[in-house]
Ligand binder design. Structure first.
Ligand code: SF4
Length: 329
């Protein structure tokens, strides 16, 4: 069974992805609607560093003379189309957004890729944004330094990408909050999340497993925290589409092999044999639905090690199953 958490994650998000018309030309994207009913599983906190910088809408587009990291280190600048240096304003706007996210209790954020401010893994650099670099924009670089779980809107590109990011995000939040004071507690936590790291970063998973096994008998708090940090880093690192697809297929085939769906109300979901190969989108949608059905029926299914479920649903399920023990809040 996956771990069930009932605290709804607060997710920081580039405001233009949340249907707010704040881009330099007044445009917006309704990216979150792609999540369908899963949208209700999160509370969103939209922020726009360029608006908080005082640039207004519409505004002159800006460009970077280097990466966001270089801007923060004072080695590059933020310049408007007409050549005005607005570095200090944008850094102040980005800082104000981070402060707002901290006040909202945010530790997870989704950013608009390729923006000079919000870009996370890809940003365009140069007076005509002519160079695409594998680096962050100014706000993206600032959030990357927080150690939070930050990912880009590429996660909305397909149900497969979303399934992969979402399960790592819930596992990351769960592990970040879990009290770990002993070797045994660290080993138990690793046992819950390790299959995700094994599927996405095999070598790192093997090394983490060895590091836990090699801990002294009563490891110091710093030694335990160092390994926790390593697991958190592995969970938030991006993976490839091929690895995510292989992991999803393995979960699905395992679930079918166990035959745990017999006699279960599948809510009109047609579940086919794992021998029938089909597209990743369909498979991801089925898996996300199967996770909900498995939760309702208390079935052994762990495509995701940690799932969020509304508190009232957990209570209703526990009452139906005759349980009265508390769940993690
Ligand atoms: S600064 Fe970020 S939130 Fe604001 S419009 Fe640009 S990408 Fe969107």
């Amino acid at each position: 069974m996956p771990e069930i958490v009932t605290e709804r994650p607060v997710v920081g998000i580039s405001a233009c992805l949340y249907d707010c018309p704040v881009r330099y030309n007044g445009k917006r994207f309704d990216a979150v609607s792609k999540l369908g009913r899963e949208r209700a599983d999160f509370r969103f906190m939209p922020v726009c560093p360029e608006c908080m910088a005082g640039f207004g809408v519409p505004r002159e587009p800006i460009h970077l003379t280097g990466t966001g990291e270089e801007v923060l280190a004072g080695r590059a600048k933020v310049v408007t189309r007409r050549g005005r240096d607005v570095t200090d304003q944008l850094v102040a706007g980005a800082t104000a957004c981070v402060d707002a996210l901290v006040r909202a209790g945010v530790r997870v954020a989704i950013l608009k890729e390729e923006s000079p401010s919000c870009g996370l893994f890809k940003t365009r650099v140069g007076s005509h944004r002519e160079r695409e670099v594998r680096a962050s924009g100014v706000f993206g670089a600032m959030l990357a330094q927080t150690g939070w779980f930050v990912f880009s809107d590429a996660a909305f590109d397909s149900p497969l990408a979303w399934w992969d990011w979402r399960r790592r995000m819930h596992a990351w939040l769960w592990l970040a909050d879990r009290p770990i004071a002993t070797n045994g507690e660290l080993a138990d936590a690793w046992h819950v999340v390790k299959f995700v790291v094994q599927e996405t970063r095999r070598r790192e998973a093997d090394e983490i497993g060895r590091a836990i096994a090699n801990l002294p008998r009563h490891a110091a708090a710093e030694e335990l925290e160092a390994i926790r940090s390593r697991i958190l880093d592995a969970l938030r690192a991006p993976t490839t589409r091929a690895r995510a697809l292989a992991a999803m297929w393995k979960s699905y085939a395992y679930h079918r092999k166990r035959g745990t769906l017999e006699g279960v109300d599948l809510h009109d979901l047609t579940v086919r044999s794992p021998e029938v190969r089909r597209n990743a989108t369909q498979l991801a949608e089925e898996l996300i639905m199967l996770e909900r059905i498995s939760f309702e029926n208390d079935l052994l299914f762990a495509a995701s090690p940690v799932l969020y479920r509304e508190r009232r649903r957990v209570r209703a399920r526990d009452e139906a199953l005759g349980r009265d023990e508390g769940r993690k809040e």
